[in-house]
Design a protein around this ligand. Sequence first.
Ligand SMILES: [Zn+2]
Length: 212
Amino acid sequence: MNITVFLGAPGSGKGTQAKQLSESFGFTHLSTGDMLRAAIKQKLPVGLKAKSYMDQGNLVPDSVMIEVLEEALAPLKDTAKVILDGFPRTVPQAEALDKNQKTRVNRAINFQVPEKILISRLTGRRTCPNCGESYHLVFIPPIKADTCDKCATKLIQRTDDSEDVVQRRLDVFKTQNQGLLDYFSGQNKLMTLDADKPVTNIQSEILRVLER
Ligand SMILES: [Zn+2]
């Protein structure tokens, strides 16, 4: 199995790339959230174990997450090209993957986007408190500033999207991610991608790396 880890901040576009590569180029995209949901839905023992942590508002421990991943990899062929998105999140998780022959990581791609741009992407969301329609100041702007196209209500910004909350999320991400960057670069498995470019340019760069 050929396993590539996508590393990148929230808003870096790695999820979008992973999704497109799986739809158009035969990659298997495994995101933490999807794997957990699938394991729970299929009522796998490990899914129920994970659910018991989540129901109590706790993080799923590394050992359980690794089992969830093994279940997700089990039905795949040896020739499968896998993209891991959102896992590993920490160095102990990366080490745990490497300890197992079946889950050993082949390479990691770091989606690099300047922090200023991440902040503008992540704080740009606006929602209509009346009809629930959502907008984005950069990507899906309303026709009239701060006003819902559908019902003309004044748009609001959710607390989760406010600049200080976003900044805190990015700070936590940076601290954890630096460890992973050091880990994979120490193994000569890290490739850094300038991800502040049009989606199609990024895609062809990734394909070049993955087909090497
Ligand atoms: Zn509205």
